[in-house]
Design a binder for this molecule. Structure first.
Ligand code: MG
Length: 244
């Protein structure tokens, strides 16, 4: 069985955030027998939007490794999880949003910080370039904050005493002591109960490195260097590589 972890921003998705251009790559992966697992800094609501648009029904990992959402009935065996709702069993690895926002609120004046929790919808659209509908979904956060703007550096060090602070394509993400790799590894352990797994990961940012470390084959879109990852220009190249 082949499992591929896909980052979304600047990896599967382009600058306009629309799902359509990703359709071709997703179809190719499905045809190649890959189980497609989103592993992104995006929220549950945002990822649900892309899952629906692209017809993906696999588990998914939200907010930089903070939680794994596993559709009910997906794995035909029992496993430990943190909570469940009507759709998913949820394994939580990160910190609650309220705790993170409170910590940012304490230092926001000192460092001139702008993040979801102290921005209007219009400001969020301006910082992120998200269309209104997607900005609304991004604002519904469960486990992390995104620092869009800062007037003064040094806030990273203050926050690192309590949280993980990682650099994405453009912004800083603040979340619990977890990362995309920890969550990917945990999910791979579950998949391995179904049979032998060949694992892949694709990303473009430093926050993708931890997931490169836990898979068999890793790919970086763009110019960053990682010792075990192959540099590619777009996700489509993976299928060419996979066909040999
Ligand atoms: Mg990215």
């Amino acid at each position: 069985m082949k499992v591929i972890f896909l980052d979304l921003d600047k990896t599967l998705l382009g600058d306009d955030y629309s799902p359509e251009p990703a359709g071709e790559a997703v179809r190719e992966f499905k045809k190649g027998g890959f189980k497609i697992v989103f592993n992104s800094s995006k929220t549950r609501r945002e990822q649900e939007y892309y899952r629906k648009a692209l017809g993906i029904e696999e588990p998914f990992i939200v907010e930089n490794g903070s939680a794994i959402f596993i559709p009910k009935g997906y794995f035909p065996f029992e496993f430990a999880y943190s909570m469940e709702d009507d759709q998913y069993k949820i394994i939580e690895l990160g910190e609650r949003y309220e705790v993170i926002k409170a910590a940012l609120d304490e230092i926001s004046d000192e460092f001139g910080l702008k993040y979801y929790g102290n921005s209007t919808l219009n400001e969020i659209m301006e910082f992120t370039g998200l269309p209104k509908r997607l900005a609304e979904l991004a604002r519904e956060r469960d486990y992390s904050e995104t620092v869009f703007k800062w007037e003064k550096g040094g806030f990273e060090e203050v926050l690192r005493r309590r949280f993980e602070v990682s650099r994405g394509s453009r912004f800083w993400s603040v979340h619990g002591k977890t990362d995309k790799g920890k969550a990917a590894k945990m999910l791979l352990n579950l998949y391995s109960k179904l049979g032998e797994v060949e694992s892949y990961a694709v990303g473009d940012g430093l926050n993708d490195f931890p997931m490169f470390d836990v898979v068999d084959f890793a790919f970086i879109v763009g110019e960053l260097k990682h010792p075990k990852a192959r540099n590619i220009r777009s996700v489509e190249e993976i299928m060419l590589w996979n066909r040999g």
